[in-house]
Design a protein around this ligand. Structure first.
Ligand SMILES: [Fe+2]
Ligand SMILES: [Fe+2]
Length: 259
């Protein structure tokens, strides 16, 4: 089973990059399952039904989210009704949406899980016991498991890789928007990368126009943030998963795109 995983799509430039890049990526990587983090899809923060539709139309099978999940209130009913869009599973259970789904890919039942770190991010439960409990409940229900670990700190993200090594096919980091160079298959057979990076403009500061981000940092005053739109890239990872549900390899994807 070939998984294509794409990091945080930021605003309209990110959505356009995704749509423009997918045909070539499909031809080159022949993915059976495409998972896209869409937490920044709508105006750079959060997601709406329309922007999620755009990501699905571009070829995503599953959309994962993160700390910006609830930015747009009008999306809440959609998060409840659409099984293919996920919010972190360690948010309060009563919150809109759900934290995992099971997708069919290359004859396998692939559980895709969205999980949030707890350091510098708000969650109800520590991701470590929360994921243990979910994996327990998935016994017999999935042939392979993919985790989008949406977290801030490299230490917590590396630790989650070790925590899940041998139990899931992949632990792929999102949220920082900066790709790390540590993609590898851990000894137990779990593909891990601390962060796959973002899809959108590299000309700004993790997606925001750089002059606005710099003004905010220089003046320490509130500044309106717009989405940067120059120097567009798609960032992600491709993971090959064997019939045993463990990874055979992970390739980082960092490609400049002109929509
Ligand atoms: Fe993000
Ligand atoms: Fe985030």
């Amino acid at each position: 089973m070939r998984l294509l995983f794409i990091g945080d799509v930021v605003g309209r430039p990110g959505r356009e990059v995704l749509a423009a890049a997918m045909p070539d990526l499909r031809a080159e990587r022949m993915p059976d399952l495409v998972v896209v983090n869409g937490e920044n899809a709508a105006g750079g923060v959060g997601v709406t039904e329309e922007t999620a539709d755009e990501i699905f139309s571009a070829g995503a099978d599953v959309i994962t989210l993160g700390n910006h999940t609830y930015r747009h209130r009008e999306v809440y009913p959609y998060l409840d009704s659409e099984q293919r869009i996920l919010r972190p599973m360690n948010f309060p259970a009563s919150n809109p949406g759900h934290g995992h789904t099971i997708a069919e890919a290359a004859g396998m039942r692939v559980a895709v899980i969205n999980l949030s770190g707890q350091m510098h991010l708000q969650v109800e439960r520590s991701p470590f016991p929360a994921i243990d409990e979910l994996l327990e409940s998935l016994t017999g229900a999935a042939d392979a498991i993919v985790v989008d670990f949406h977290a801030e700190l490299t230490s917590e993200k590396v630790a989650m890789g070790w925590h899940l090594d041998g139990r899931v096919a992949a632990v792929l980091g999102t949220h920082t928007h900066v790709p790390t160079a540590d993609g590898r298959v851990l000894p137990g057979g779990t593909a891990h990368i601390t962060d796959v990076g973002m899809t959108g403009s590299r000309a700004g500061v993790i997606g925001v126009r750089r002059e606005q981000a710099l003004e905010a940092l220089r003046t320490q005053m509130p500044v309106r943030f717009d989405t940067a739109d120059q120097d567009l890239w798609l960032m992600g990872a491709a993971v090959e998963v064997g019939d045993d549900g463990l990874a055979r390899g992970i390739d980082q994807i960092l490609v400049p795109v002109s929509p």
